[in-house]
Design a protein around this ligand. Structure first.
Ligand code: HSE
Length: 301
């Protein structure tokens, strides 16, 4: 049996739409084994269970089948146990965790025919963009692009003294809906806006210029369109900076909004921000997370 611990991820980090993502210290655990008696057996040990398919439409299983098809392996049967700690449809990469976890587990079952790079390539092509599965696999903050089905990437060693305020409403938002409001084309001016912010973001993270983040995490490619689905979005981002956050952004497709906060400012940030959240509808809450620098972990039993 293989146990895969796969982290939640936050994609985009503002301007890095579909190319920059970060792993968090919230993880799903997936235990998988080949089952000699045949069939598919899926068990959910913990987590939201209402919308998790227990049949062959299960995303972990479908991702495993992609790997088996790629390498020509035919398992007798498969048993999957899931512990889901990553909330679904909140912008924390729960689908990407299923894809990356399923691919890594299937590779083990098939006798490790694919390299780690090939696992990144297959997972990213399945998800359609690398900004969730890539940091889930490699950890930290990672930048990647897909060319000819291969992912070219680089990992940034994330700043150690920053923590993440996950500002969370009560409702969910499906990625498909959050993508449906995006325009097909954006202007040259907005493209330059995003390229300059994304470049400044990467350079500032690499060099520790944390004071640049409030500007570097701005975006004109997705957040302005998605905020119509998230009442209070501008208010929360503005107050997050006013309360001492260094930068704030929509996590992936939302609806969670993340503020990057220096550890030393954590208590004051929380006290002030909680007061502002009370002014909003949708019962927004705040929980803390840290950046996960390790990425996916496997244990073989
Ligand atoms: N980059 C993706 C998006 C992440 O913003 O739609 C969510 O899947």
């Amino acid at each position: 049996m293989i146990r895969v611990t796969v982290p939640a991820t936050s994609a985009n980090l503002g301007p890095g739409f579909d190319c920059i993502g970060m792993a968090l210290d919230i993880s799903n655990i997936i235990e998988v084994e080949e089952y000699g008696a045949g069939g598919l057996h899926i068990e959910l040990l913990e987590g939201e269970n209402s919308s998790i398919p227990m049949d062959d439409s299960n995303l972990i299983y479908r991702s495993m089948l992609s790997l088996f098809d790629t390498v020509g392996y035919r398992p007798k049967g498969i048993r999957i146990r899931q512990i889901n700690n990553i909330p679904m449809a909140m912008g924390l990469g729960s689908s990407a965790a299923c894809i990356a976890g399923g691919i890594v587990a299937a590779n083990h079952i098939a006798g490790n025919p694919l390299t780690f790079q090939e696992l990144i390539d297959l997972s990213s092509n399945l998800d359609g963009h690398p900004d969730n599965v890539l940091p889930a696999l490699v950890g930290g903050i990672a930048v990647g692009c897909i060319q000819d089905k291969r992912v070219y990437y680089s990992k940034i060693n994330a700043p150690k003294d920053m923590c993440l305020a996950l500002i969370t409403p009560k409702y969910k938002l499906l990625t498909v809906k959050a993508r449906s409001v995006l325009p097909e084309k954006i202007s040259l001016e907005d493209s330059v806006f995003n390229v300059s912010r994304a470049s400044l973001l990467v350079a500032s993270l690499l060099n520790g210029n944390i004071d640049n983040l409030s500007i570097a995490m701005d975006d004109r490619m997705h957040q302005p369109y998605r905020k119509g689905l998230i009442p209070g979005f501008d208010f929360i981002r503005e107050k997050a900076i006013e309360c001492g956050g260094k930068g704030s952004f929509l996590s992936g497709a939302g609806p969670i909004i993340i503020a990057m906060v220096h550890h030393k400012d954590k208590c004051t940030f929380e006290a002030k921000m909680q007061r502002w959240l009370l002014e909003l509808e949708d019962s927004w809450t705040l929980r803390w997370a840290n950046i996960n620098d390790e990425g996916i972990k496997t244990t073989i039993y």
